[in-house]
Structures are given as C-alpha cells and as structure tokens.
Design a binder for this molecule. Structure first.
Ligand code: TXA
Ligand code: MG
Length: 344
C-alpha cells in the first residue's frame, strides 16, 4: 500500500506558517494539509483569490467552495443565521470532517458560493491547517476564512499527501507538507439551508452519527433516507483515476478476470477473503483491499494514484457491502467508476 507516512508533528515551522498566511493575505494560493485531503486555499472574502482557485483547478466558476475556519473562528460572521441544529453539530463534530451548508451572510462575496445564497463552513482538525487558519485569521482581525476545494485538477483524484499536490500542479502552487491525511476522503457535507438536513456528500461522519445528534435522520438531496443503503448508478462521475476502472460485486468480476486477453495486465482490488486464486493469477496485479472502512478510506486515493502508475489496462475493484459503514467508500469508488461508464 502507498503512503504509509503519518502526519509528523512540527514538520511545518512557525516561520513557514507565517509565510503561507502572508501569501494568503496577498491574494495568493497555498495548498495545505487537512485530516481529510489537502486543500487549495485562498482568501474566502477575495473574489480574485477565489477566481485563482477555479483557474488553477480548471473548475467551472459556478461550483461553490468550502470556507475553512480556525477553531476560534466565529461561524456567525459567515452566515445570515446559525440554526440551533448547526450549533449542536458544531459542538459534536468540530474540529473535524463535517461541512455545514448554511445561508450566507450578505457581507460575504457570492464568488465563494458559486453565486448561490449559501456558504459551506468547516473547521479542520489537522494541526497544520489550524495553525495556518489562525495565522491568517489574525491578519484579518480574527475573522479570516480560507476557501479551499481539494487540491487536485477538476474531476481528478483528491490529494492525501503533499507529493500528490506536487504531482497535480508541479511547482506552480506553494505547498505546506503536513504528512499523509488521516481520514483520506473529503468531509461529510450536510445542507441545513433547505428546511430539512440533507446529506450532499457522505464521509467519515456518517448519517447515523448525525441522526444521533439531531434526533432526526438526514435525507439525501432527493428526500430519500440517508441512513438506508444507497443504490449505485445515480452517482455523478468524479474522483477518477486515468486508467479505466470498474466497480462490481466479486461474482461479477470473476468472469471478467477469466475472460481477460492473454498478455493483458489488469489490477484487482478485492478483500483477501473473497479473492481466492485470483490473488496469484498471471497478469493480475492483486491489491488486498483493507477490510476496515476507515483504513480503506485512508488508503483509497493513494491507491488509485499508484494504480495509475502500475502499467495495467484496467482496474477492477470489488464493490463493498451496501451497509452504512461503507457508504463513503462506495460513494467515491462509484463516482470513479461512473467516469468510465459515462464514456462507454
Ligand atoms: O474535506 C473536504 O471537504 C476538503 C478539504 C480540503 O476541506 N474540501 C473539499 O472541497 O472536498 P471540494 O471543493 O473538492 O468539494 C466541496 C464540495 C463541492 O462538491 C461543492 O459543491 C460543495 O462542497 N459545496 C461547497 N459549498 C457549497 C454550498 N454553498 N452549497 C452546496 N454545496 C457546496
Ligand atoms: Mg474535490
């Protein structure tokens, strides 16, 4: 498995933090580690800085960006009104991998929301992210926020190490190296701006975790129960490696493996408990999938990047069980596979 490095305390100096905060203050971009994935940050209140983020990523300008706050940051500054449910979720999950979508305060430029009347807020738990956010916020009288999407080119796999960010952007972007991200997939996004809590993106904080705090089950944006298993196939293409990827139950993968051309090299990612003879078959580059959903999430994007370099014609991945603990991993794998279903 790639990227065994753990976040190393003190890997980023106070001087490096001050320098990066000064770059943000000057309207420049800085890539920084969070516990989920690396972010590509810019001053959230500067439409020019936000435009620079969109340009660097090659992302459409109507896509909203998440605003990152320091632990001492005040969410009230950013929103029209902070509902009681939002405060309860903040108390339970911040700092951590939960983004809340709320009605945006009138003083906040619309650029950060892609023109919508809402704003996404999150307070990351990674110490380097917190140090950067505190230093930048101090330069703005305690109210600075950093707009940051994942630090990858639009549609590609999110970065979980500083090297991944360099692989995406070369030397064009200043990167703070805080080691490998611990969660490994993007934050859970919960929309509280539409009258009922709606899960926009599953993540480490599960629908059940949210229901336990709110006493109410979040819904998907279409109104269906977010604690119930989700049928795949409705997912938008995203998070894709460059090598064609298929996500299928193991009994559907087996005939594909059996039918592969002689001389063809395919990657197989499956749990050891299912893979049987395919672990050692000729032309099969076997990767043992983690049996634990959190470990799988942590290793997923590094794995997809490594498989892009593994010289295989296809990546075949065992679909994980349709249970709530696998919802986030199945979501990201489903989107990666959808990128290729859309092409065929
Ligand atoms: O874990 C994460 O959330 C990472 C790290 C860097 O914090 N960030 C991240 O950002 O994944 P990004 O831009 O790659 O994904 C943000 C998602 C987008 O799909 C966007 O549509 C949604 O958040 N989003 C942000 N603000 C929103 C808003 N006001 N309304 C609806 N969706 C919003
Ligand atoms: Mg992203």
């Amino acid at each position: 498995m790639p990227d065994q490095t753990k976040p190393s305390e003190g890997a980023v100096s106070a001087a490096q933090i001050e320098h990066a905060a000064a770059l943000l203050d000057a309207g420049e971009l800085v890539a920084f580690p969070t516990e989920t994935v690396y972010g590509l940050g810019g001053d959230a209140e500067s439409p020019d800085a936000v435009a620079r983020i969109y340009a660097a990523k090659g992302r459409p300008a109507n896509h909203p960006v998440i605003v990152h706050l320091a632990p001492q940051g005040d969410p009230h500054y950013w929103v029209e009104h902070l509902p009681a449910e939002a405060q309860r979720l903040i108390d339970a999950f911040w700092p951590g991998p939960l983004t809340l979508i709320l009605k945006r305060a009138a003083r906040i430029p619309a650029a950060v929301s892609g023109g919508q009347d809402s704003v996404g807020l999150r307070c990351p738990s990674h110490p380097v992210a917190q140090a950067l956010l505190e230093a930048f916020s101090a330069l703005r009288g305690g109210h600075g926020g950093v707009a940051a999407p994942s630090a990858n080119r639009f549609g590609h796999v999110s970065p979980t190490t500083a090297q991944h960010v360099r692989d995406e952007f070369g030397d064009a972007i200043h990167v703070l190296d805080g080691g490998a991200s611990d969660v490994g997939i993007e934050s859970t996004i919960l929309d509280l701006s539409r009258g009922f809590p709606a899960l926009l993106r599953p993540g480490h904080v599960t629908p059940q975790d949210i229901a336990d705090v709110l006493g109410e089950v979040p819904r998907f944006a279409d109104g269906s129960d977010a604690t119930a298993p989700r049928a795949s196939g409705t997912l938008k293409a995203h998070y894709a490696p460059r090598t064609p990827l298929a996500l299928l139950p193991f009994d559907v993968l087996e005939p594909l493996l059996a039918a592969r051309q002689s001389g063809e090299r395919v990657a197989l990612v499956a749990r050891v408990s299912r893979a049987g003879r395919w672990m050692a078959a000729d032309g099969v580059h076997f990767i043992a999938a983690p049996e634990d959903p959190h470990v799988y999430a942590r290793e997923l994007y590094g794995l997809l990047r490594a498989l892009d370099r593994a010289n295989v014609s296809r990546i075949l991945i065992e679909k994980l069980p349709d249970t709530i603990e696998w919802i986030a991993v199945n979501d990201r794998l489903g989107r990666a596979a959808a990128a290729f279903e859309a092409q065929s």
